[in-house]
Write a protein that binds this ligand. Structure first.
Ligand code: SPV
Ligand code: MG
Length: 302
C-alpha cells in the first residue's frame, strides 16, 4: 500500500494509533523496526540533531533533504512537522509538491508566525496566524497535492498561547472546513484537562491528534476513551540518544579507553545491518562479477 494511503487510513480509523519521532534515516529505521506504523519527523528533533534551534534556523530545503533520507530508509509513512509551512500559502504549495516527490506521506502545519518558536518556549508570547490566512494555506496545500491520499494535518496553538478553549474549537472547526485531514490540538499542561475539555465539545467531528509530552503520565487508555485518533510521541528518540551518547562520551573521556563500552553499545555490525550493507554485497555479486575477479587477480599478482 502507498505510504500516503497508509497514513490517511490511520487518520480514518476510529481506533487510537501512534506516530513516533525520528530525526534522520537511522533513527527512522529504528522506529520502524520497533513496530510503529508511522513516523513523526519532528521539527524540534530534526533541528536539534542538526545542532540548531527550533526557530526555522535550518532552511526548508535542509529539512527536506533530511526527511528524504528518512523516507528512503523506511517503508512506513512519515508525517513531516512542517512548522508554519515556511512562509505563506505559496511556500506551502511548493513544500507539498516536493514532499510528494520524495514519498513523504503528509505534512502538519501550525497556526503560528514564521519564524516559529517551539511551543514550550515562551508559549504565551507567540502570536497566532490570522484565521482566514491559515485556512487559505490549508486549502492551497490540499489543492496542490497530486495524490488524493497525501495528508495535511492542521495544528492549532490556541491553547499554547492561552487563547482558550473557545478559540481552539473555533479554529479546529475552521481548519476542518478548509480541508485538513486531521486536527492537531497542542497543549502544554501537566495534565490532560485541556484536551479532555476540548474532546467533550468536539465529539467525533474529525480526527484529533495530540502530543502528550508534558501530560505524559496520563494513561494512554484515557486518550482512547476520549476518542483521540493519533498520539505523537514527539521527541523521545532524540532524548534517549542524547542520554546514551553523553554517557558514552564522558566514560570514554574519563577512562581513556573504549574497552568498557563493548557489550553495552551496539556492535559495528549493527550499523552495517541498519545500513542494509548485505543488499549491496548481493548486488555486487550480480553486477560486478568481472570487476571482482579483476580485483582478485590484481591482488594475487601482487
Ligand atoms: C515537534 O516535535 O517539533 C513539535 C511538537 O512540534 S512540540 O515540540 O511539542 O511543539
Ligand atoms: Mg515542531
Amino acid at each position: 500500500m502507498k505510504k500516503t494511503t497508509q497514513l490517511s487510513e490511520m487518520f480514518g480509523r476510529r481506533d487510537l494509533d501512534f506516530l513516533c519521532e525520528a530525526h534522520n534515516g537511522l533513527s527512522a529505521r529504528i522506529v520502524e523496526e520497533a513496530g510503529f506504523k508511522g513516523i513523526w519527523a519532528s521539527g524540534l528533533t530534526l533541528s536539534g540533531s542538526m545542532g540548531v534551534r527550533d526557530n526555522n534556523e535550518a532552511s526548508w530545503t535542509q529539512v527536506l533533504e533530511l526527511v528524504e533520507f528518512m523516507s528512503d530508509a523506511t517503508r512506513v509513512p512519515i508525517l513531516l512537522d512542517g512548522d508554519t509551512g515556511y512562509g505563506n500559502f505559496n511556500n506551502l504549495r511548493r513544500l507539498v509538491s516536493k514532499l510528494e516527490s520524495r514519498h513523504v506521506a503528509g505534512v502538519c502545519i501550525e497556526d503560528k508566525l514564521f519564524p516559529k518558536t517551539n511551543s514550550f518556549i515562551d508559549g504565551e508570547r507567540q502570536g497566532l496566524a490570522e484565521l482566514d490566512e491559515f485556512c487559505g494555506k490549508i486549502k492551497a496545500g490540499k489543492d496542490t497535492q497530486r495524490d488524493d491520499d497525501f495528508v495535511i494535518v492542521a495544528r492549532t496553538e490556541a491553547l499554547i498561547v492561552g487563547a482558550g478553549l473557545k478559540e481552539a474549537l473555533n479554529r479546529a472547526d475552521a481548519y476542518r472546513l478548509a480541508g485538513a485531514d486531521a486536527i492537531l490540538v497542542h497543549s502544554k499542561k501537566r495534565g490532560p484537562d485541556e484536551i479532555e475539555a476540548f474532546m467533550q465539545e468536539w465529539g467525533n467531528r474529525h480526527p484529533i491528534v495530540i502530543v502528550p509530552t508534558t501530560y505524559h503520565s496520563t494513561p494512554t487508555s484515557r486518550f482512547a476513551e476520549l476518542g483521540i485518533s493519533t498520539i505523537i510521541w514527539a521527541n523521545h528518540i532524540l532524548r534517549s540518544a542524547i542520554s546514551v551518547m553523553r554517557k558514552t562520551a564522558e566514560d570514554i573521556f574519563t577512562m581513556q579507553s573504549v574497552a568498557a563500552q563493548e557489550g553495552r553499545i551496539a556492535p559495528v555490525s549493527e550499523i552495517f545491518r541498519l545500513q542494509n550493507a548485505d543488499e549491496l554485497r548481493q548486488a555486487e555479486e550480480i553486477y560486478l562479477p568481472g570487476e571482482r575477479r579483476d580485483i582478485k587477480e590484481h591482488l594475487a599478482a601482487g
